[in-house]
Design a protein around this ligand. Structure first.
Ligand SMILES: [Zn+2]
Length: 60
């Protein structure tokens, strides 16, 4: 089990694997969107859309 803090609000999240948190590294979609808003301000940059392609075990 690992812990991260939401990049937006600082809420602590626990997970076994990163894919447990679809909104990683945020606690929720809302926080993610808020942070994306900051990116669009030019504050941060993202190299490529992180479409967490659940790696190998995508078996849905
Ligand atoms: Zn959050």
């Amino acid at each position: 089990m690992s812990k991260i803090k939401c990049r937006n609000c600082g809420k602590e999240l626990t997970y076994n694997v990163i894919s447990d948190i679809p909104t990683f590294p945020f606690c929720s979609k809302r926080c993610k969107l808020v942070d994306l808003g900051q990116w669009f301000d030019g504050e941060m940059r993202i190299e490529e859309p992180t479409t967490s392609d659940q790696l190998e075990n995508d078996d849905t």
